[in-house]
Design a protein around this ligand. Structure first.
Ligand SMILES: [Zn+2]
Length: 197
């Protein structure tokens, strides 16, 4: 007997890696990229950038290992969909998602998942003021797998879920083309101080 039921595409799975800076988030993505590629999956990696024409490049984890990425203008996360539209991409990795606007990036992730693509993202949960940053928190609530990573507070040695700015202006995000280089340290909630410039 032939089943008349339409075969429905299975939704992709969402993995979210969240935490402060210096918590090994990019390293984790790099490991995922290597393993998935070795298993023969077709994987594309993206990273947000302040201004971009969609160039290729490498992003480095803090321990200096490169992840091959396609840079995406942080104001236009929907460009990811254009790259994924062809070539039978099965897995999508996105580094530093907090730079993308929340609503637009969540919409992109939903479309990818609906298309059966597995999505792996990492992002900061909080900015240097300890306020919510981009779509990370929203996506944590949607995640099939949530990996929260922590650093060590440089002031007291406790578990550090926060990032403190110690130099470089007071904008929420300072792009790679910014004039002032921001400097950050990982801290716990009680040691955290808001940088006032
Ligand atoms: Zn501390």
């Amino acid at each position: 007997m032939v089943k008349s039921k339409k075969s429905k595409k299975k939704n992709g799975k969402l993995t979210v890696i969240a935490g402060p800076m210096f918590a090994g988030k990019t390293t984790k993505l790099l490991t995922l990229f290597r393993v998935l590629s070795e298993l023969g999956f077709s994987v594309l990696c993206f990273k947000s950038e302040a201004t971009s024409n969609g160039g290729m490049g490498h992003t480095r984890s803090h321990d200096e290992r490169p992840l091959p990425v396609i840079y995406i203008d942080q104001k236009k996360p929907e460009r990811i969909l254009q790259y994924v539209a062809h070539d039978g991409i099965q897995k999508v990795i996105v580094d530093a998602i907090h730079f993308f606007p929340k609503k637009e990036f969540v919409a992109v992730v939903k479309l990818l998942l609906k298309d059966g693509i597995d999505v792996y993202v990492n992002g900061l949960i909080f900015d240097y003021r300890k306020t919510e940053y981009g779509a990370t928190r929203t996506l944590m609530g949607m995640a099939d797998e949530l990996i929260e990573q922590y650093s060590i507070c440089v002031k007291c040695g406790a578990k550090a879920p926060h990032t403190e700015r110690v130099a470089g202006g007071t904008e929420q995000s300072i792009g790679t083309t910014g004039k002032v280089k921001a400097v950050y340290i990982p801290v716990c909630a009680s040691c955290h101080e808001v940088y006032r410039g």
